[in-house]
Write a new protein. Structure first.
Length: 509
């Protein structure tokens, strides 16, 4: 049975023969003037025209003086019909391949051809041609769909995965639509997109462990941002009224179906608005983005049937925990919380603060909640950047959309009292000093900005996790190149080295 090594050696032999004949197997110029989809969807207008198409070979069938080559570009697939006695001009360019040269081509190669748009005897739309121009000679055959199902292999060679499993590429197109629909909605409502720094001296805006790095120019340690929040709110202090940013954020935590250390996130801030305004606005936005991306408001998420086509009810955080577990979030009993967690097989670390225990108990409830509904009035201890409620100082004006057993966003009336903010930062820093690596850092510069003045505002954020959930796939299935533990197979290195040695004219040392 032929191995990858055998196939590769045979392709290297063909590469050498092409070069000996003066054919450049990797030219820089393509003369394509027509995309395949234009021919397939506008055949009546294209029939009889001379066109130049290009793409990757996905099948070759040769029968002596008759051959069929199927190629694929981004827009579609089409057949090239080659026949020795086609009534077409004989190619005079020696670098073009004729029907007698097809043995030098393989599936996976990129080619272009110039010919007439027509149909084969079986009535299939085809390009009638008598010559092929090679654009890229491939050295490795693409695997068959059935033979390329191992997740680790698919994630490591995503470029192969996209060829073998076209739905992966289609999913990435929807991912692009998801973010474009978000931008369109925000721009339509008067928001301005402003990209803010990724590198920070002090990171904050979320409960997450940051990545650290070092900048040689300043000889200082920096953090990769875990949130867009604090720089965007500085813009409100600078006079902007509606701002947002879409870009990567980094959280040094585990890799799972709903968590990736690096992912795209969206945050927005609107001056002179509060959480009540935000609830109405972002319910609109989520529905608008879903319709633009998937054309529906009905989804299956984490085993839940979800229908977004309604006005989402609002449920208070304290009421839910009281109803489900008889927990008083304003006078919590840490031992009661730990017992609840253990009873539900949730690991309880010794260093967890009481607010962290409450949050983990809430997550048990969340997983069983289909939604959609808005979770409101989160306790003050869990929301260090949100404004307190004027009717109950123990809770904040914070809101989460609960959809399919998960939180699909986070928003609140932004805290703009510098003294209150400083006190909360100090409390968070104390937790951090006690070993809570996800607690907020004390950001003195942000407090100073608040002392200069920031208008009342509503903030909101969601990540591409929303896309993964609506799409119904784990996070690593929905990003182009998921992070993997580094691994370079020795066999791959050996094959590459052998290829260098075998190419004519190459000298090795």
């Amino acid at each position: 049975m032929a191995t990858l090594h055998d196939y590769r050696n045979e392709r290297l032999r063909k590469l050498a023969e092409l070069k000996e004949r003066g054919i450049n197997p990797y030219p820089s110029k393509s003369y394509r003037d027509t995309k395949i989809d234009n021919i397939l969807t506008q055949y009546d207008q294209q029939a009889g025209r001379t066109v130049t198409v290009a793409g990757r070979i996905i099948a070759i069938r040769s029968f002596g003086k008759l051959a069929f080559i199927k190629i694929r570009d981004y827009s579609g697939e089409i057949q090239i019909f080659m026949k020795a006695d086609h009534d077409l001009p004989t190619p005079t360019d020696p670098t073009l391949l004729t029907i007698d040269d097809l043995k030098l081509l393989d599936t996976g190669d990129f080619i272009e051809t110039t010919g007439l748009v027509g149909k084969s005897s079986s009535d299939e739309i085809s390009i009638l041609s008598n010559s092929i121009r090679l654009l890229t000679k491939t050295l490795r055959p693409l695997p068959g769909r059935d033979g390329f199902t191992n997740k680790e292999e698919r994630y490591r060679r995503r470029y192969v995965d996209m060829n073998v499993n076209p739905e992966v590429r289609e999913r990435l197109v929807r991912r692009s639509k998801f973010w474009q629909a978000t931008r369109d909605f925000m721009n339509h409502h008067g928001f301005i997109e402003i990209n803010i720094p990724v590198l920070e001296h002090t990171t904050g805006g979320a409960d997450a462990k940051p990545f650290t790095t070092h900048i040689n120019a300043l000889d200082e340690h920096l953090y990769l941002r875990i949130s867009h929040e604090l720089p965007l709110k500085r813009l409100l202090g600078g006079g902007f009224e509606k701002v947002y940013d879409i870009g990567p954020r980094f959280r040094n935590e585990g890799i799972g179906d709903e968590h990736l250390p690096e992912h795209i996130a969206f945050e927005a801030y609107a001056a002179y608005e509060n959480y009540e305004d935000g609830i109405k606005f972002y319910e609109q936005m989520i529905k608008s983005v879903c319709l633009a991306t998937w054309g529906t408001l009905q989804f299956k998420i984490n085993g839940h049937d979800v229908d977004l086509d309604c006005t989402w009810p609002q449920i208070k955080y304290a009421d839910l925990l009281k109803e489900k577990f008889n927990v008083d979030v304003f006078n919590p009993d840490p031992e009661q919380l730990k017992k609840i967690l253990r009873d539900h097989q949730v690991e309880v670390a010794n260093h967890l603060s009481t607010p962290r225990l409450i949050d983990r108990v809430w997550k048990i409830i969340r997983k069983t909640s289909a939604g959609p509904f808005w979770l409101i009035e989160e306790p003050l201890a869990l929301s260090p950047l949100a404004k307190t409620s004027p009717t109950n100082p123990q809770v904040t004006e914070r809101f989460h959309p609960i959809i399919g057993g998960t939180e699909m966003g986070n928003g609140f009336s932004e805290l703009n009292d510098p003294l209150d903010q400083l006190q909360r930062f100090k409390e968070q820093q104390a937790l951090r000093d006690q070993g809570d690596e996800e607690a907020h850092m004390l950001d003195q510069d942000f407090v100073e900005m608040l002392e200069y003045g920031m208008p009342p505002a509503c903030g909101w954020g969601n990540s591409e996790r929303n896309f993964w959930l609506f799409e119904g796939v784990p996070g690593r299935e929905a990003v182009p190149f998921p992070l993997m533990k580094k691994a370079t197979p020795k066999k791959s290195k050996q094959e590459t080295n052998q290829a260098i040695k075998k190419e004519p004219g190459k000298q090795t040392t």
